[in-house]
Design a protein around this ligand. Structure first.
Ligand code: AMP
Ligand code: MG
Length: 701
């Protein structure tokens, strides 16, 4: 989403080597990608930091990733200083000048001497720099402000706005930034030289290179940093971690706005004036809370829970369990959006013509009109470069940006044209046959909401508003397991009493169709220890476990027995047909849907309960299968108490149901194209009565 792939924030230091053990006031750096900060890196001195930066930029540019690197010291001095020192106003010349003057080693450098020399040559001998931190005196460099005089501006324009920031002239004392500049700019100057042409410095140069260097100031996100300190994090560490994360989470438009400043000499603090947005972005998306142990608890004392109540329970108690990642738009079909997407550009970006015809201004009243044609045309992708004079018309084609001086287009079929003039008959309203800029989507608006599962049309929408990468949830990993001594694999020899495992291929393909990552955990015999080991393995690698069979309360119903034993089992006795009790629970924190073994019940329970539940776990919106009423092609009497789902299909506008309701009839599942849903109450359906048909597609298949 962002024009940059990688964000690096560096908390610089003007001091000497800080030793091998991570300490505060050293150099700290943090890399963030796709909204996630990596572990901050401790860089004990500037030599180590410079090498680290060079390696990082080599690697990133080789991988064709665009990098923004932020440093917490000014890139320029208050107005006038650069000119006095270099004879010009280009701060990057000052960078190179400093690079030549400054000598730096891990345990000593000449910054105070260079400052003293500057004070003596272009200052008045007692400024602009002050704060000699050495024990020896330096000619021209005051120790404190008592005999300090500065002929330059004390603070840059941005520093006047940034409360709590330090002036560039102060070289020592807590928080002083002066030494960081003197010891930082030479390093940046060398990086620029090393990566000649690939590095641009903001706001002095256009950021159209693979690497952008920007000035940042963690003071802008102080409230979030303070909170992290309260939580025990080292201040410098929190600063780089939070700021890098914030930059990588900023919407491209917000980033653009922060970068749009005019400060050609002094530079600027990126994000100044946009603190609220930065702070908001710095607050990390909190990890989803683990599912509560009682998330599947049904009300006590109710013999058979209505379907609606059971669904309500799932809807209110489940939350996303998957992490997030940012992926190219073309891979996003079927994936779940992890964050609102803000349109980076309006659609249409500019007013354009909806037809092939002729453009002019102001519409036309009733009657005959003749307008002279001007030279040139407006074509899609090739805008007309100029303004159409009043009373004139221009040839314009569909999709072409409407040129200046035009707001109305007349259809070419309604015009006679001799090459120099057009003639047509009014009336025509002003604005006719044009599309307004942003009439579809306006830049800055939310184009898609979090939880959206990307459709093909969504990909078109994202493209139209300029989004190339999207933050999505990692795919929900759904493990599928069959249980039962009687099961053998299709293709194997089946002895008497054995049947082929029909549920596993069905459930695996359903999980795939829902957009999840299906994991085949095979078959398990009715043996508690074997099943326990298989569930343990599944809990390691999956987000959800679907089992079939063994979910009731019989001797060989080991799924329910194990969940029971783990203390996290709920027997779901739902008033639904077809359906047997479901065993729902958590196995080592991973939700388990213990489906009935009967394939018809297993499929219906998956469609009705497991699918919306898994959607929530996957970070998607709750899904309500959309059905529609069609006349019944059958007759049926239904007793009150349970909701029923019949295997059905629509032919000639009428819902047919499968001849047998037998719950072992897999052929009926295959024959059907959806389900007819009949409500909980008593009903006598006669041919022609409306019934609710829900196509399999509405269930996500
Ligand atoms: P259970 O829920 O284990 O009592 O099984 C209920 C019925 O479904 C029994 O007739 C089982 O043989 C059958 N069944 C269980 N699992 C499968 C499966 N994977 N494929 C086909 N039938 C199954
Ligand atoms: Mg069984």
């Amino acid at each position: 989403m962002s024009p940059f792939d990688t964000f690096v924030v560096v908390d610089w230091s003007g001091g000497n080597d800080r030793g091998a053990t991570p300490k505060k006031d050293a150099i700290w750096a943090c890399i963030a990608r796709d909204g996630h900060s990596e572990e901050p890196v401790y860089l004990r001195n500037r030599q180590v930091a410079e090498a680290w930066l060079r390696d990082l930029l080599e690697a990133e540019t080789a991988a064709r990733r665009r990098v923004m690197v932020g440093f917490d010291f000014p890139f320029g001095y208050p107005a006038g200083f650069c000119h006095a020192l270099t004879g010009g106003d280009d701060p990057l010349v000052l960078w190179d000048w400093l690079e030549k003057q400054i000598n730096d080693a891990p345990n000593g450098n000449n910054r105070f001497d260079v400052a003293g020399e500057i004070n003596r040559t272009i200052g008045n001998g007692s400024g602009p720099f002050w704060g000699n931190g050495l024990s020896r005196d330096i000619n021209g460099l005051p120790r404190n402000k008592t005999d300090y005089a500065n002929e330059f501006v004390e603070r840059r324009v941005c520093e006047q706005q940034a409360k709590g920031s330090f002036a560039c002239w102060q070289l020592s004392g807590a928080g002083a930034v002066g030494s960081q500049i003197l010891m930082g700019l030479p390093v940046l100057a060398r990086l620029r030289q090393h990566f000649a042409g690939a590095v641009a410095v903001w706001p002095f140069e256009p950021l159209d290179t693979p690497v952008a260097l920007v000035e940042i100031w963690p003071g802008l996100i102080n409230p979030v940093v303070k909170q992290a300190e309260v939580n025990g994090e080292l201040r410098d560490v929190a600063q780089v971690r939070l700021l890098a994360g914030a930059l990588s989470r900023l919407a491209p438009l917000a980033l653009d706005e922060m970068l749009a400043v005019d400060a050609p000499e002094e530079g600027w603090i990126m994000g100044l004036g946009h603190e609220e947005r930065l702070i908001e972005a710095a607050r990390e998306p909190i990890a989803p809370p683990p599912l509560r142990n009682d998330c599947f608890a049904l009300p006590a004392g109710v013999a058979w829970t209505p379907v609606e109540d059971a669904l309500d329970m799932l809807r209110t108690r489940l939350n996303p369990v998957t992490g997030t990642e940012t992926i190219p738009l073309q891979d996003a079909f079927g994936r779940v959006l992890a964050q609102d997407v803000i349109a980076a550009r309006s659609n249409p970006p500019q007013p354009n013509s909806a037809v092939d015809g002729y453009g002019f201004a102001g519409g036309a009243p009733e009657g005959a009109h003749v307008l002279p044609l001007i030279e040139g045309r407006a074509v899609a992708g090739v805008p007309f470069d100029g303004t159409v004079p009043s009373g004139h018309a221009i040839r314009i084609l569909t999709g072409a940006a409407v040129p200046g001086g035009v707001d109305t287009v007349i259809l070419e079929e309604d015009v006679t044209c001799d090459g120099d003039q057009i003639a047509f008959r009014g009336p025509l309203k002003a604005g006719a046959n044009t599309r307004k800029a942003g009439e579809d989507v306006v830049a800055g608006d939310v184009a898609l909401r979090v939880g959206r599962e990307f459709t093909a049309a969504d990909l078109a929408l994202m493209s139209a508003v300029g989004i190339a990468r999207v933050p999505v949830r990692k795919r929900l990993r759904v493990a599928v397991l069959s249980t039962g001594d009687e099961l053998v694999e299709p293709g194997e020899a089946a002895a008497a009493g054995q049947i082929f495992d029909a549920n596993r291929p069905m459930l695996l393909s359903m999980a795939g169709a829902f957009g999840f990552e299906a994991m085949d955990l095979g078959r398990v015999v009715d043996d508690r220890e074997t099943l326990r080991a298989r569930l343990d393995a599944a809990a390691q690698s999956a987000d959800v476990i679907l089992t079939s069979g063994g979910a009731s309360a019989g001797d060989e119903d080991h799924v329910s027995a194990l969940l029971q034993e783990a203390g996290a089992m709920q027997e779901w006795r739902i008033a639904i047909k077809p359906g047997r009790p479901l065993a729902l629970g958590l196995w080592q924190g991973v939700p388990v849907f213990g489906l009935p073994g009967n394939p018809v019940a297993a499929m219906v329970c998956t469609l009705v309960f497991a699918r919306p539940a898994m959607s929530l776990l996957a970070g998607a919106e709750w899904c309500e299968p959309q059905g529609f009423d069609v006349p019944a092609a059958f007759e049926k009497r239904k007793k009150p108490g349970r909701r029923e789902y019949l295997r059905a299909r629509v032919r000639d506008g009428r819902a047919e149901v499968f001849a047998s309701e037998g719950s072992g009839r897999i052929s009926g599942l295959s024959w059907a194209e959806g389900l007819v849903e009949i409500g909980d109450g008593e009903r006598h359906i006669r041919p022609g009565d409306p019934v609710r048909f829900i196509p399999y597609g509405s269930f996500g298949l």
